[in-house]
Design a protein around this ligand. Structure first.
Ligand code: F6R
Length: 611
């Protein structure tokens, strides 16, 4: 959610700024801008454009900037519409900033600053930062004090990069509540929201901790804590990052990422299982060494939350302890009762989701003795750094805003985690665990075949041509899958869709059923097949168009449904990994038929770093 970059270099930074923004466009694409400084005499040069980064690139062709110091921003609007005047960088005559986060006391600050002559041009909360910083510069002759006072006056969350017009040698930065890192390489020193933004440029990286701030020149970097005390610099080698900017021959990143899933399944199996079929999580030793928990709490947002809901069925069946699953934004504010011997599991593709991070922090504050485990795709993310253990997802960078491979990677990793705990709890013996692992390996092969035959999903699109919405139904682990199928469809095709537990359908949503409401029924042999088929007949009798996704052979499928998608049969753990595929293609194909922007759907951003 908003990507920020700052660069100080031996060379002109315009190209590097734009390249960095390109890799962070998934964080927001409402507008983009850069501000550069050539020397103290030339003043700040700012170019911003509404819409995607390509508009900024066009503008910079007409109006190239020069300078070895610059900041850039790609925006996901919180305060103020996506307009040029609301785009970052925001500046006064003497300084400029880019900001990710929300300044909660912006209204009060705006009023105060206006009284002292500030001339606001935007509707954003962020614009108070340069005016406040400028005001503090007039009050404190020491520029360190001025910046610290600025930060201490701000309430809310921020990652900031900034520069001052009189000083082309210094790049300022601060982090509280929103991710930010420093990086350096032969071409210069960087401040960025995401390590991906500096991959290829930086050799070393330093992840700023909460409240840290400072400035950097090309030669020296200074970092301070909230009190203004110096913090030791902890440069570490830049992690290897796979280049994610290439779509290959695919029309969209989402399609590419759907096709990567068998590789992801196999990488996860390779990372966590060995030839004897045992499961080991090297970055979460406590799983193997500690006594099993008496309770598990799982917290996540969106698609990651759906993955957690599926795992509850797996864990409760074999671990026989209560597993509570909550959306992070509710958990963090509902005063949860936690208790001892409880593990917190967080799930996140990005590891920077503000609500999930705050849920983790609340849990740690309340019960510091309990263990915390992150299932995460970004091993250096804030979530991972603040958790006791990590189960890495090995999905590789996910660029399409609608999550596909990171979701099924979560399912795969959760299945292995559930199997390991089941074995430790002696609910499954080694042979049974091996059989389930084999079924997970087969799932990768089955998905390979489904991907080769993906044209079979094309016929579903036409059923949606006059649809006013869609209903997705399932029971057991297919219920969260139904939620995920509906979320995917609404995210990228903008069609209203609901996922429902098939047994709940009669308690309300059946009133929606008519001939223009496609109902996607997930009927798998593992999960209460007969009952789901009865629910199918109930909606069918009321005229709904039925799309049946099933592992039943055609001959055993109910007749007269509008479409049948046959998928290979999985076991209790692997079935959702296979059934996810037709749901992903369904949403992808419907979105394409509607002509929406599949990879960057309206209003969304990939990394939700504000609450
Ligand atoms: C949906 C989607 C979102 C994310 C959610 C949490 O396709 O991607 O619902 O799952 O914003 O993000 P992470 O997993 O990064 O915490």
């Amino acid at each position: 959610m908003c990507g920020i970059i700052g660069i100080i270099s031996h060379n002109n930074v315009q190209h590097m700024l734009v390249q960095a923004l390109k890799t962070m466009e998934y964080r927001g694409y409402d507008s983009a801008g850069i501000c550069m400084l050539e020397d103290a005499a030339s003043g700040l040069k700012n170019v911003k454009e509404k819409g995607k980064l390509q508009h900024l690139q066009q503008a910079l062709k007409q109006q190239p900037l020069t300078g070895n110091l610059g900041i850039g921003h790609t925006r996901w609007a919180t305060h103020g519409k996506p307009e040029v005047r609301n785009a970052h960088p925001h500046q006064t005559a003497t300084l400029a900033i880019v900001h990710n986060g929300i300044i909660e006391n912006h209204q009060a600050l705006r009023t105060e600053l206006q009284q002292t002559g500030a001339n606001f041009l935007s509707d954003t909360d962020s614009e108070v930062i340069p005016w406040l910083w400028q005001q503090q510069r007039t009050q404190f002759s020491n520029e360190k004090e001025a910046f610290l006072h600025t930060l201490n006056t701000l309430k809310g969350a921020y990652a900031i990069a900034g520069l001052q017009a009189h000083d082309p040698d210094k790049l300022w930065f601060a982090r509280r509540g929103s991710p930010l890192l420093l990086a350096r390489g032969s071409s210069g020193v960087f401040v960025a929201s995401d390590a991906l933004a500096v991959a290829g440029e930086a050799d070393e990286v330093m992840y700023l901790q909460e409240g840290e701030w400072g400035w950097t020149t090309l030669e020296d970097t200074y970092v301070f804590d909230v009190q203004g005390k110096s913090v030791a610099l902890k440069w570490q080698a830049m992690p290897h990052m796979v280049s994610a900017t290439d779509k290959g021959d695919y029309a969209h990143y989402m399609l590419k990422e759907i096709h990567e899933q068998p590789r992801v399944y196999r990488d996860i199996l390779h990372a966590y299982t060995d030839v004897s079929g045992s499961v080991h999580f090297p970055q979460a030793d406590f799983i193997h060494n500690d006594t099993l928990p008496k309770r598990i709490i799982m917290v996540a947002c969106g698609t990651s939350y759906h993955a957690a809901l599926t795992a509850r069925y797996w864990l409760e069946r074999y671990l026989k302890v209560p597993v509570e699953v909550d959306v992070a934004s509710e958990f963090r504010y509902r005063d949860p009762v936690i208790g001892d011997h409880t593990w917190l599991i967080t799930l996140s593709q990005s590891g920077e989701t503000a609500d999930t991070l705050e849920a983790l922090r609340l849990f740690k504050r309340r019960t510091p003795h309990n263990k915390t485990l992150a299932f995460c795709n970004v091993p250096h993310s804030s979530l991972v750094r603040e958790s006791d253990g990590l189960i890495e997802l090995y999905a590789g960078p996910e660029i399409g805003v609608a999550s596909t491979k990171a979701y099924t990677a979560q399912l795969m990793a959760l299945a292995l985690f559930s199997l390991q705990l089941a074995q430790q709890n002696q609910a499954l013996d080694t042979k049974e665990v091996q059989q389930h692992i084999q079924a997970l390996q087969y799932a990768a092969d089955h998905v390979d075949v489904l991907l080769q035959e993906s044209h079979q999903f094309d016929m579903l699109t036409q059923i949606f041509s006059h649809a006013h919405g869609a209903l997705f139904l399932g029971r057991g682990p297919c219920y969260p899958l139904a939620l995920e199928g509906a979320l995917k469809l609404k995210e990228i095709s903008y069609l209203h869709a609901e996922g429902y537990a098939a047994g709940e359908m009669k308690h309300g949503p059946i009133a929606l059923v008519d001939k223009n409401l496609p109902v996607v029924v997930l009927a798998l042999r593992q999960y209460h097949l007969d009952k789901v088929i009865s629910n199918l007949h109930e909606v069918q009798a009321r005229g709904a168009k039925i799309i049946l996704i099933t592992d039943l052979p055609k001959s055993e499928c109910p007749q007269d449904v509008d479409a049948i998608v046959n998928i290979p049969e999985g076991d209790f753990f692997s079935a959702p990994l296979i059934a996810s595929i037709p749901l992903q293609f369904l949403s992808y194909n419907v979105a394409r038929s509607k002509g929406t922007d599949v990879d960057q759907p309206r209003n969304l951003a990939k990394s939700v770093t504000v609450e």
